[in-house]
Design a protein around this ligand. Structure first.
Ligand code: NAD
Ligand code: ZN
Length: 359
């Protein structure tokens, strides 16, 4: 079966496009109990952006600190239950932030109309009823969460997305001015998520002309941003990075990620490393799987004076390495794409443990 996916309904791109948000929301305000919920990264508390929020008296604004942990099912349930009890059913949810905030907004939009805990819906097509209108406004670019059909949540049992067609944003606002304040290290790691999405998407059996076209263009943009004569955090490169993130996300949606993301999930699940940083930790050691990609990644690190820790595995017990390898090997679709349909004859739990020992 070929992939047949829904896309984002509407996308606005451009410097200052954030100021169109009020106009965008206006025709949606009559739905349900006639108010909007703004979910905003805590970083913006007290900043100018909050003054520009098209907030009306009845709207709810929630600031969330995404640094202590990645989004959890409890967090979504609490958010939904409190707002339903105190304010009613919103007309829409707007997530303003990075992958974490956008995932919270996507998950909340679905859970406003689906009963019980969000834990019940972690997986593919488990959501029963379409969610409410939801808008994504990225403020850090790279993960592709703005265009993906999943909202990744950590629950008591599993870390897995609420994945279905209704997860996809109805509207995305891409305003490159919003990513200007991203600190240099996060700019690098998060942008590298896009770079790795492209390399992995394009190197595997599910690659095709459609995913390749997005991947090639996103790679070209990454090369300008991180290696070109004008490399660095400039306004022009912020424009490019926002587009690269979206295109890298579309590339992997129509193909698949590979070895690096499989290992990175293990690192995130067992050791709590953040997605983009975990990818960088893994990718540097995968020269035998992605020789040109890793060589180029190393050049990008050098150009931006990024130094990743070495010798990490020396402090990991065999149990920790086994646990991470067990998480990684379960991501069969990634191994299938990266290695081939006979991957089980070439990749065993021990192969993966050896990969982790390179860290
Ligand atoms: P994030 O949302 O976790 O934010 C990273 C950091 O950047 C935070 O400290 C945040 O406060 C800060 N930040 C955000 N915007 C800023 C700005 N403009 N200026 C200064 N600081 C800013 O970052 P992320 O890497 O985009 O997202 C990671 C999350 O995304 C993880 O929870 C991961 O599971 C999820 N994810 C989701 C998908 C998906 O398809 N849904 C894909 C990959 C990762
Ligand atoms: Zn990724």
């Amino acid at each position: 079966m070929h992939k047949n996916f829904k896309g984002i309904d509407k996308t606005v791109f451009g410097r200052g496009s954030f100021d169109q948000l009020g106009q965008i929301l206006e025709p949606r305000r009559n739905a349900n109990d006639h108010f909007m919920v703004f979910i905003i990264d805590n970083y913006f508390k007290g900043k100018d952006l909050v003054k520009r929020l098209p907030k009306q008296a009845e709207d709810v604004v929630r600031f969330i600190d995404v640094d202590p942990h990645e989004p959890t099912t409890d967090q979504i349930d609490e958010l939904r239950d409190t707002i339903l009890k105190e304010n009613g059913l919103p007309a829409g949810v707007i997530g303003i932030g990075g992958g974490s905030i956008m995932d919270i907004a996507k998950a909340a939009a679905l859970m406003f109309t689906n009963e019980g805990s969000s834990q019940l819906y972690q997986g593919l097509n488990l959501i029963k009823i379409p969610g409410i209108y939801h808008v994504g406004v990225p403020t850090i670019s790279g993960t592709g969460a703005e265009c993906s059909m999943t909202a990744v949540l950590t629950g008591p049992v599993k870390k897995l997305g609420l994945k279905c067609e209704w997860t996809i944003f109805d509207q995305v606002v891409l305003d490159p001015e919003l990513i200007a304040s991203v600190p240099n290290d996060k700019w690098f790691y998060t942008g590298m998520d896009t770079y790795i999405h492209c390399i992995e998407s394009m190197h595997g059996i599910l690659n095709n002309a459609y995913s390749m076209a997005y991947g090639e263009q996103a790679l070209k943009l990454c090369r300008d941003i991180y290696l070109g004569d004008q490399a660095g955090q400039t306004a022009e490169n912020d424009d490019k990075l926002m587009v690269a993130s979206l295109m890298g996300g579309l590339s992997l949606t129509y193909s698949e990620v590979g070895v690096c993301h499989a290992l990175s999930y293990g690192l995130s699940k067992i050791l709590g490393e953040k997605h983009c940083y975990a990818n960088c930790l893994a990718f540097q050691h995968l020269g035998d799987y992605y020789p040109e990609g890793v060589a180029e990644f190393n050049r990008m690190m050098k150009k931006h004076n990024v130094v990743l820790p070495q010798g990490l595995s020396a402090s990991w017990s065999d149990q920790v390495i086994t646990d991470m390898a067990e998480v990684a090997i379960k991501l069969e679709h990634m191994w299938n794409h990266a290695i081939g349909t006979d991957w089980k004859t070439r990749i065993t739990i021990n192969t993966i443990k050896e990969l982790f020992k390179r860290f």
